[in-house]
Design a protein around this ligand. Structure first.
Ligand code: ADP
Ligand code: MG
Length: 343
């Protein structure tokens, strides 16, 4: 490889931070002072939303198929998704990184290119962070600040009996994307001359590598003057998120298999991988779509939306959390969400 490689030691931590600060776009008028001082200064009105997420190499991502640029984008996007799920608007992020000496200055710049690309997409500023050495690979932790008007905030706990359960986009693609990447990695390891065959799986691979938080849905709901009664983003899997809403709201949920949003490519790939496509949608995870409930009176305003799907109803807690299958069987919804501790 002839690519340039500058050791981080050559530049030093401060040199590296200076370099990154120069590349950081400035997009939010809510930033009074960004990178460079002891703390950032932010001007935010409304209730402040704060969330954080940590990604660890080998646990949350595998650099053998996750390009650094995508990793940077995804780390930001999943945090934006958490702000969206509160019906809020994101404004600022901080990024903490732990780097082993495997990573060059150029690699870190590539990671930040992805971070800045997400900052542009979501109109947010990177306003600080921390940089440390690591013995065992890459750690990246993003914290995000957003805001919401107090009367517009949406929690997991507001769902009421009779509300309609909605989900944006389609489900299961990111999980299958991961299966494709894992399979190609194994093919490559057993025969490095094989060319990866991911062209026809592009949609799913892209959903895995570069999820886009659904701020568009949040803006559309606001335009329609709809405040969902409860909301959560789909990170662990639809089944697991439904149970979070059920528990927090003290209700039961009933969803219909035939109403679940299944993309044609997802269906075909699930068949090829001999995985049940409904299981992919329920348990796959990492879709970063929005799952929310609305009052029935808001249905008219949303019913023709091309990318919002009505998958069921909120019912009494005593009626449980169930899926009605295409063959009209009632099966309990279980949380088989992705769990780092037992996988
Ligand atoms: P301090 O010792 O006060 O924590 P640092 O040298 O760690 O200061 O950081 C200097 C400035 O650079 C601060 O504004 C900090 O937020 C920012 N910074 C440090 N590391 C990163 C990073 N990985 N990404 C973005 N900003 C960073
Ligand atoms: Mg510091």
């Amino acid at each position: 490889m002839s690519e340039k490689r500058t050791e981080i030691g050559q530049l030093g931590e401060f040199g590296l931070i200076d370099k990154l600060a120069l590349l950081a776009p400035s997009l939010s008028e809510k930033t009074l002072l960004g990178i460079g001082d002891d703390a950032a200064i932010l001007k935010v009105s409304g209730d402040i939303l704060l969330s954080t997420d940590m990604l660890v190499e080998g646990i949350h991502f595998d650099l053998s198929y996750m390009p650094l640029m995508h990793l940077g984008y995804k780390a930001v996007s999943v945090n934006v998704s958490d702000i969206a799920a509160m019906n809020g608007t994101p404004h600022h992020i901080t990024v903490n990184i732990g780097l082993s000496n495997r990573f060059s200055v150029e690699a870190v710049e590539t990671l930040y290119k992805g971070i800045f690309s997400a900052c542009k997409d979501f109109k947010i500023d990177l306003v600080g962070g921390d940089t440390t050495a690591s013995q065992t690979g890459l750690l990246i932790s993003v914290s995000i600040i957003g805001s919401v008007q107090p009367d517009k905030v949406v929690k997991r706990s507001g769902a009421g009996k009779g509300d309609i359960i909605c989900v944006s986009g389609d489900l299961g693609a990111a999980y299958l994307g991961l299966q494709v990447l894992e399979r190609e990695k194994q093919v490559f390891q057993s025969n490095p001359n094989m060319q990866p065959d991911i062209e026809k799986y592009q949609y799913m691979v892209q959903r895995q590598l570069k999820p886009v938080a659904r701020m568009d849905v949040i803006h559309e709901l606001a335009e329609q003057d709809i405040v969902p009664t409860s909301m959560i983003d789909v990170s662990d899997g639809l089944g697991s998120e439904l149970l979070h809403i059920s528990k927090a709201s003290g209700v039961g949920v009933k969803i219909y298999e035939e109403n679940l949003p299944l993309d044609r490519m997802v269906y075909e790939t699930a068949v090829e991988f001999k995985i049940d496509s409904t299981a992919c949608m329920l348990n796959g995870g990492e879709d970063y779509e929005l799952l929310f409930t609305i009052q029935q009176s808001d249905y008219e305003k949303l019913k023709n939306h091309p990318d919002i799907h009505f998958i069921g109803y909120v019912q009494d807690q005593t009626a449980g959390n169930v899926l009605i299958t295409k063959s009209q069987h009632e099966v309990p919804i279980t949380a088989q969400g992705w769990n780092h501790f037992n996988s």
